[in-house]
Design a protein around this ligand. Structure first.
Ligand code: FAD
Length: 257
């Protein structure tokens, strides 16, 4: 894996940080009504690239520069793979706004190259906790699946729950993997909620009622929450109304960096 020279303002990231050119090894598209909504991309993991589950990286494409500038167009994405896996994985919501994700959707294939810088962020799992509830909506699943994968690969007797809200079955990210974990691990419960799918055979609506009914009780229950800003506000307020202390609700807000 070839390192590339620093090519972004040191004001933002600091001089000591380096970036990598990484080859795409696998792609999975989530297509809904003929449009690619999400894209899961696996990349070769550069030697020496270490991170903690929940952190994010900056991605760029070597050919996509910022307007009127030689600098690459960098964007932040949570790392979905576990640090214990030998690849890097990201799942992108494709925004058809002329930026990086649209460029990736239109130009990236297996064998293409993306730039990776990082890791960044402090949204990480406290491994001393014994009852952990992950709550994700949409693409907000990425940092949480990294945490879950890490716990399960390491082997854990913690009690784990995962609540996932998505629009419809076509947009159900990591479905096979999560359903497989639920079958395989006695200490892992998975709850899925489809907000906009008349044919969905399971729970229809937002995750909030599922949390009311099933989330672990007690002051030792901790929540890791990530999703769209609107969904997160609703979930956090709901958890507070249910009486969980704010200090037990850990969140990642995707504010532009
Ligand atoms: C910590 C963190 C983690 C995140 N994790 C994820 C994740 O796991 N998955 C995910 O999907 N999202 C994630 N996000 C959100 C993601 O970073 C944003 O959705 C991001 O805006 C997507 O970039 P984009 O360039 O495709 O779209 P936009 O940011 O909307 O870019 C389009 C904009 O860029 C402008 N633009 C287009 N081309 C250029 C150009 N060449 N030069 C300059 N400007 C241009 C356009 O005018 C338009 O306004 C995360 C964000 C944060 C902060």
């Amino acid at each position: 894996m070839q390192k590339f020279k620093k090519c972004i303002s040191s004001i933002i990231f600091g001089d000591s940080l380096q970036g990598y050119e990484c080859k795409v090894t696998d792609i999975k598209n989530y297509v809904d009504k003929g449009v690619t909504v999400y894209k899961t991309i696996r990349l070769e993991k550069p030697e020496g690239f270490s991170y903690r589950a929940g952190q994010f990286a900056m991605l760029a494409h070597p050919e996509l520069k910022q307007h009127n500038s030689d600098e690459l167009l960098w964007r932040a994405f949570s790392i979905a793979s576990s640090p214990l896996q030998d690849f890097l994985e990201f799942t992108l919501l494709i925004k058809y706004t002329g930026g990086l994700t649209q460029y990736i959707e239109q130009n990236i294939d297996i064998g293409s190259t993306l730039m990776v810088r990082g890791p960044f962020g402090s949204f990480c799992l406290d491994k001393s906790l014994s009852k952990i509830v992950f709550v994700a909506t949409g693409c907000g699943i990425t940092p949480l699946i990294s945490m879950l994968r890490t716990l399960l690969i390491e082997g854990t007797d913690k009690r784990l729950q995962f609540f996932y809200g998505f629009r419809n079955a076509n947009q159900f990210l990591y479905r096979e993997e999560l359903e497989e974990y639920a079958r395989k691990y006695d200490n892992f419960d998975f709850y899925a909620a489809a907000s906009d799918d008349p044919d969905w055979p399971g729970f229809k609506g937002y995750v909030n009622p599922l949390l009311t009914e099933h989330a672990f009780k007690g002051a030792d229950t901790h929540f890791y929450v990530c999703g769209s800003p609107v969904a997160m506000e609703s979930i956090i307020n709901h958890l507070k109304r249910l009486g969980y202390p704010e200090a037990n609700i850990h969140t990642e807000r995707w504010i532009k960096r």
